[in-house]
Each structure stands twice: as structure tokens, then as C-alpha cells.
Write a protein that binds this ligand. Structure first.
Ligand SMILES: Nc1ncnc2c1ncn2[C@@H]1O[C@H](COP(=O)(O)OP(=O)(O)O)[C@@H](O)[C@H]1O
Ligand SMILES: [Mg+2]
Length: 307
């Protein structure tokens, strides 16, 4: 292995800033343990100047959310002639947007929930879809801003004006039919799907706290699901990775309605900058197939250098 000078981009100002700092520092420690020289960059508006000053051999992108996952930072690095890990500009623009992702993947045969864009001001008038349904921002992550509107009328029926939810912060929302059942996820590294993890929140649903508080969600690997579901998740995650043109690693999130067999499996989204924190799912799946955290980080570096 050649020792490189690698800049690790982390932090930023998205809702996932803290997660990204944890991902970035984990990655930076691993790179140092592998013998690379590391410059840690907490991204601010001066990111171009910092990257130019560092002049690294490679940038490890550990950002989550906008603008590190939406193509903006990728475009900047393209213009600066910097090599970087993970997906490029066009893939990032599509994958961060849950509507564009459907427009690309559904015609390619990937099952995703139907959905439509609604003006958030309109949700107080009438339900955009029959209950239960989900309202979520088009381009956030980590379950930020996701609301599950149930038959029981948890936000009021119609949604009350003083109820707290994403309609307060976002002009437009994606409304999707709620897929009952189970929460599954599959990481892809290079040309290989690593496996399927089931996420079982100990209470409630898989929201921000369930994702990032140690012990709040049980991770079951391999997921205790029929073999055809495991195979379908792995095939669909790999297909989504390829159709979108992802590079390095990605992670596909699924819901599976276990009363409907394989017809109940739906891809929710593809994460092109999946979490790399100690609790994160991609490192966990890698570990289960015998790849340590530093080995995973090195594999992502190698993928970036190959392309
Ligand atoms: N259509 C849906 N049916 C059931 N649950 C959903 C649906 N959409 C989102 N969720 C729940 O919200 C979580 C976050 O949604 P997701 O689309 O993965 O966005 P992100 O992870 O980017 O916030 C999912 O893991 C799932 O628990
Ligand atoms: Mg998700």
C-alpha cells in the first residue's frame, strides 16, 4: 500500500453535521493507523481555500446531507482537479433527491413506494394520500423531518396547524404510502452487496434518536428473513448502485411488508455518503464479512484511485 496525503472532509452545516464529524474522525483515525498522512477539514464556506492549501493526493468525503452529498462539493472538487472518494456529481444530484431517484430507478425495475410532492401548507386541508402515509423532505437524511401520519390521527385529522412536523420547515414534501412491516438495509462496496441487516427499534420507529443512540435499535445480521428477501435486497441494492452510477460504497434502505412476500419489498432510498460512525451500518456489515474498519476505509480509497 502506498502512503498518501488524504484530506478528510467532514462536518459542514447540514442537519447531519454531528454525524459527519463522527464519521470523519473515525475515518481519519483509521487512515492514520494505516500510515497515511491526514488533514482533517471541517467544511465551512472557505472549503475551496482549505482544500487548495492542503493540496492532498485524495479527498475522503465524509460529509452527509447538503452540500457534501448533493453534488455541490463533488462539482467543486471536479473543477479543482481533486480526486475524491464516493460518488461523483451527477449520481449525487440524483441520489440525494428522493423524487429524482424514483424517476431513475422505477423505470429500471426497482420497486419503490409511489409518491407525490405536496405543498406543505396544503397538508392541513386534506390528506394527500389515504392514511397511513409518510411525509418527508425530498433531500434530507437521518430521518430528519420524517413524519408518519397514522389512522389514529396522531397529528390531528386533518393535520393540526400547531402540530410539529416537517410542514413547518419545508415548502414541499414527499408523501408516500406507509409500508408496514420491517426495516432492512444493504451496503454495496465496489461490485459487491455485503448483506442485509434488519433494524429493530426498541420503541417507536427508526427515527434520528433510534439511529444514533447506542442501544436504541437492535441490528440483526444476517436479517432473519426468507432467503428470497435477502437475495432480492442484495440484487436490488447492487442494481440501484449500478444504475445510479455510484462509486465506492452506497447503502440502500428498504421496507419489507412481511405479509406480502417479495412483492412487499420496496426500496426507500440510496445513500451515496452512508454513515461511517462506530455505530454505522456499512462498517458493521463489512465487519460481518471479515473486513475491519480500517480495511473498509482503505477499500474505499482504492476504489477512488481506480476510477
Ligand atoms: N414509505 C415509508 N413507509 C414506511 N416507513 C418509511 C417510509 N418512508 C420512510 N420511512 C421511515 O423513515 C425512515 C427514513 O426514511 P428514508 O426514506 O430512509 O430517509 P432518510 O433516511 O434519508 O431520512 C425509514 O428508515 C423508515 O423507518
Ligand atoms: Mg434512510
Amino acid at each position: 500500500m502506498t502512503a498518501l496525503h488524504i484530506a478528510v472532509l467532514m462536518g459542514g452545516w447540514s442537519a447531519e453535521r454531528e454525524v459527519s464529524l463522527s464519521s470523519g474522525n473515525g475515518v481519519a483515525d483509521a487512515l492514520e493507523s494505516l500510515g497515511h498522512r491526514v488533514t482533517r477539514i471541517d467544511m465551512g464556506p472557505d472549503v475551496a481555500a482549505k482544500l487548495a492549501a492542503a493540496a492532498p493526493d485524495l479527498v475522503f468525503n465524509a460529509l452527509h446531507g447538503t452540500p457534501g452529498e448533493d453534488g455541490s462539493v463533488q462539482g467543486l472538487m471536479d473543477l479543482m482537479g481533486l480526486r475524491y472518494t464516493h460518488s461523483g456529481l451527477a449520481t449525487s444530484v440524483i441520489a440525494i433527491d428522493k423524487v429524482l431517484t424514483k424517476q431513475v430507478l422505477v423505470p429500471a425495475g426497482v420497486p419503490m413506494p409511489g409518491g407525490r410532492i405536496v405543498k406543505s401548507a396544503d397538508v392541513h386541508g386534506a390528506d394527500p394520500l389515504p392514511r397511513p402515509y409518510v411525509l418527508k423532505p425530498v433531500n434530507e437524511g437521518s430521518s430528519v423531518g420524517v413524519a408518519i401520519v397514522t389512522d389514529a390521527g396522531n397529528y390531528g385529522n386533518p393535520i393540526a396547524r400547531d402540530a410539529t412536523g416537517p410542514w413547518q420547515e419545508f415548502d414541499e414534501l414527499l408523501a408516500e404510502p406507509y409500508v408496514r412491516g420491517r426495516e432492512l438495509t444493504t451496503a454495496v462496496l465496489g461490485d459487491r452487496a455485503l448483506g442485509v441487516t434488519e433494524l429493530r427499534p426498541k420503541s417507536g420507529w427508526y427515527d434520528y434518536d433510534a439511529k444514533y443512540t447506542d442501544g436504541m435499535t437492535e441490528h440483526i445480521f444476517p436479517a432473519e428473513v426468507p432467503d428470497e428477501i435477502t437475495q432480492a435486497c442484495m440484487a436490488l441494492a447492487l442494481q440501484a448502485h449500478r444504475v445510479l452510477g455510484c462509486r465506492g460504497t452506497s447503502r440502500s434502505d428498504f421496507r419489507w411488508d412481511d405479509e406480502r412476500g417479495v412483492d412487499g419489498l420496496f426500496l426507500l432510498e440510496v445513500n451515496t455518503q452512508p454513515g461511517m460512525t462506530p455505530l454505522s451500518l456499512v462498517p458493521e456489515q463489512a465487519r460481518h464479512i471479515g473486513l475491519s474498519y480500517p480495511e473498509l476505509v482503505q477499500a474505499i480509497v482504492d476504489e477512488a484511485l481506480r476510477s
